[in-house]
Design a protein around this ligand. Structure first.
Ligand code: ARG
Length: 543
């Protein structure tokens, strides 16, 4: 049956597992390769901890980051009217939703950690999966984490130095970003539970913030009261569609800005292997998260329009802070600056959690050195520490963090470290705008390919067990729109696109080097035979 297929993590050596001489508490096969920290010595997927709530926390936690508090200016200034802006927010949200629904089908059918890495490998060939991993591990994940961290630092600094202060040395913000990142990396290394619980909590904070913005906006609209004298009445006196742009290019730019705010909808797919019940929960997570986020974003934008004149919205990158300032004065600005930085902190936490699983999956497949697939601090099996005698403090900690069975540091520590290291590099040397363009083009190329893969898989393997099946129109819409957006970017910025292409191409020789190395090791360890990464094994197992 399908369920039992995934009670165990698919590992590289399915046959050796039954013949394994030593039995370890986690149930992992013990070949030398495994002991060396590789495929499945200790495996995250065998210790499934994630629930529906955690999934929601991970996806909403990353989606609601900085965007809704800062991109409205880019949306509004491009399409020219509040009504058109709201339409753009809905379009961007629905587009993200079609992407997420497609990923839900893939995640249910191929429930492995690493997300697109596994889907692309299976559908388009291992090189596609490798190239995705290459770009995602080296650029997309740490790059976007750096962006969020920098925004977090800037807002926090503004909260304390003063919202109006113009000249703040960027290094002050960057230092705060680095401290936040190190803290989150440590928390996620300490315990899976700690990471996910923080997420769950921050998710509620974000909702409360957005609902709060909405309520305040409505109250201001009704009473006409605000800190800075009589409230904005533009929304009453001007038509909501007055001044709407008729230029397609401007709409495209606006949609891009909206898409950043909705980005992160693929986040749960990286950790599907750790879900207790992925086939049921992944689609549920996505179909709860996406409509909720879309509604919250549209409401928050309406509230901005109630409180602030369009000219103000268009000219600020910190619309939420202006909102707080206008309604409540300096205290309001301070509170909103704090909320936005907390929201970014949460997004960074979600991202840290899932990126480390992508790196971990890459280590398992042999795309990266296997040390990155190691679980825990020690090179040997960390074991289930609950049977060990523990100090009082350590017992308290275990109870508190809820990782009773697996113990502290039952996390992909090395993967977390690599991810943190790369993110630090981007924070230190990264140029914001460059990062964002690269992210958009490279990110959407792989979204497009992955969703296209869904369609291909439907044709190639119509009888594959799919716990969740989306309407076929969903991936088609996503593919068409993302292809359109991509082509616009290519024509608008041919040079930057070339950089992306070049970077992907450099991955090809690396692929042959890594895969050759992996296959050599496999031959030595198990005496010949073809190396089987988990997606291949998965196929053999299900057929
Ligand atoms: N939606 C997030 C925000 O508004 C950005 C997510 C970035 N994407 C990612 N995969 N890290 O800040």
């Amino acid at each position: 049956s399908t369920v039992s297929n995934f009670d165990f993590a698919p590992n590289l050596f399915p046959l050796s597992s039954s013949a394994a001489p030593g039995y370890t508490p986690i149930g992992a096969p013990t070949t030398a390769a495994h002991q060396n920290g590789g495929m499945g010595g200790a495996s995250l997927e065998k210790h499934k901890t994630l629930t529906y709530m955690n999934g929601l926390g991970l996806i909403i936690g990353l989606i609601i980051g900085s965007g809704i508090f800062s991109s409205p200016s880019q949306v509004n200034s491009n399409v020219g009217s509040p009504g058109a802006s709201l339409i753009v927010w809905v379009i961007a949200g629905v587009l993200a939703w079609t992407g997420a629904a497609s990923y839900a089908e893939l995640g249910g059918a191929i429930p492995l950690n690493g997300g697109p890495q596994a889907y692309l490998s299976k559908i388009l060939g291992e090189m596609a999966g490798f190239l995705f991993t290459w770009v995602a591990v080296l650029v997309l994940k740490p790059g976007s984490a750096a962006i969020i961290a920098i925004i977090m630092g800037e807002y926090l600094v503004r909260a304390f130095i003063g919202v109006e202060a113009e000249t703040i040395n960027p290094w002050v913000g960057k230092s705060v970003a680095l401290v936040g990142l190190v803290l989150l990396t440590f928390m996620n290394a300490l315990s899976t539970r700690l990471g996910t619980r923080t997420n769950d909590m921050l998710m509620f904070l974000k909702f409360i913030a957005l609902i709060g913005v909405t309520i305040v906006g409505v109250i201001v609209a009704i009473t006409g009261l605000s800190y800075s004298g009589p409230a904005n009445v533009e929304w009453k006196t001007h038509g909501w569609f007055e001044g709407t742009s008729k230029d397609g290019a401007e709409w495209a730019v606006a949609i891009y800005a909206g898409l950043w705010a909705f980005d992160g909808w693929d986040n749960t797919n990286y950790v599907v292997g750790e879900f207790r019940n992925p086939g049921r929960d992944l689609p549920r997570v996505i179909h709860t998260a996406m409509p909720l986020v879309i509604i919250c974003y549209v409401l928050a934008n309406m509230a901005y329009f109630f409180v602030l004149p369009a000219a103000t919205i268009n000219s600020t990158n910190t619309v939420a802070v202006n909102f707080g300032q206008t309604v409540f004065g300096p205290i309001g600005a301070l509170i909103f600056a704090l909320i936005v930085s907390a929201s970014c902190f949460g997004a960074l936490n979600s991202q840290t959690f899932t990126s480390s699983r992508l790196v971990y999956a890459a280590g398992k497949e042999g795309y990266l050195p296997t040390v990155f697939a190691r679980i825990g601090l020690r090179s040997t099996e960390p074991g289930l520490s609950s049977t060990r005698t523990r100090s009082w403090l350590s017992k308290r900690l275990h109870t508190m963090l809820g990782d009773e069975e697996a113990g502290l540091f039952f996390t992909p520590v090395n993967a977390l470290l690599l991810n943190a290291f790369l993110t630090i590099m981007y924070i230190v040397v990264g140029e914001f705008g460059e990062l964002l363009t690269f992210y958009g083009v490279a990110g959407y190329t792989f979204y497009f390919l992955t969703v296209l893969g869904l369609i291909i898989l439907r044709v190639k393997e119509p009888n594959l067990e799919r716990p969740y099946k989306t309407w076929i129109t969903t991936p088609i819409i996503f593919c068409c729109v993302s292809l359109f957006l991509l082509s616009r970017a290519v024509f608008a910025q041919p040079l930057k696109t070339l950089v992306v292409v070049a970077f992907v191409l450099v991955g090809i020789p690396v692929y042959f080097w890594r895969i050759h190395g992996r296959d050599q090791v496999t031959k030595r360890e198990v005496g010949g035979g073809e190396a089987a990464p988990s997606w291949k094994f998965w196929k053999r197992w299900t057929n």
